[in-house]
Ligand binder design. Sequence first.
Ligand SMILES: [Zn+2]
Length: 243
Amino acid sequence: MPIVTTSCLVLQTYRFGDTSKILRLLTRDHGPLSALARGALRPRSRMSGVLEPFVEGVVTLYLKPNRDLHTLSGFELVRSRQALGADMARFAGASVLAELVLRLAPSERDDPLYETLREGLDALLEASVETAPRVAAARIWKLVGVLGFEPSLEHCLSCGRHVPPGEGARFDTMEGGIRCLRCPAGGHSLDPSGLQTLRTLSENRVPPQLSGPQMLILKEFIRVHIAEDIRIRSLDFLTATDG
Ligand SMILES: [Zn+2]
């Protein structure tokens, strides 16, 4: 059984039996892996309370060839990010990032994806209660882009015209982009500031405020293009902070 040691981010954990835990990890070197941490729930285990979602560490694993579940033999904590649990918007944002990676990460090493998740979790950790929903939206759009699903926000889907700043547009969720106001279109109405806000978020920058149905657009975009059946309670929470 080959032994590997790699940096990793914990995406999800669940109990296994009375004393063990199963971890879903995004590892730096080998992409997503699942590992059984035997005895991690024993009170005196060194790993008790350490192996939680959003934690970053250096994990040592016995890889079992052709198996989905490997065995954890060591874990050195790098960053706990426990404070993410102290605020609902921060926690919801981090949960959406982890969920998207769980669903969509390619099976091999992907440095941009790893860095995007790591930086996104850190940005949420540092966000204030007031900025957390905007930081979450910007980081989720960034991750959506890294996963290969970018919305088209510069040119009209129908006539190809560039929609300049100062003009509004409509966002067509099914097509994943905007149409200018000269072209007949349905979808979400965006006034000039709403379009600017959406462009700012999709460039992974934090706008001064959310204007327009930003979270609703993000949620619909993810459902339509990325993960139709995603368990999206965290996104619902963020949507409720829209305004
Ligand atoms: Zn047009």
